[in-house]
Design a protein around this ligand. Sequence first.
Ligand code: FES
Length: 129
Amino acid sequence: MSETMNTTLEKLGVGRITRHVFMCAGPKCCDGEQGQKAWEALKSEIAAQGPGEGGGICFRTRVGCLRLCQQGPVVLVYPEGTWYGGITADRVPVLVQRHVREGVPVGEWVLAENPLPVAGPVVPLSGRS
Ligand code: FES
């Protein structure tokens, strides 16, 4: 693996990620402007609130579509596999505080839950042979 790739992986915290938040910010599931505001709020809240108890890194990714295409902005949080609907910018601080930092899904906004099977300990890519 190239030194550039290792540097990028280290910079992103790959290997120390404990939670991954995906957001679809429209345009089918919600108004594009509403979605953009939610996405900006998600980025800033994760940065401002930092990791929860136990540290770790929360990765966030904006996706083109999570295939629900209604009740957006739609958010999907792993490792719990919690699907949320209607995560507008004003709801993002509560979502980040309760789910990302405290690990407790915000029940009233949950659409569905689908945790993935545990695959084993996280191994940094740079540590693989
Ligand atoms: S456009 Fe957001 S889920 Fe499809």
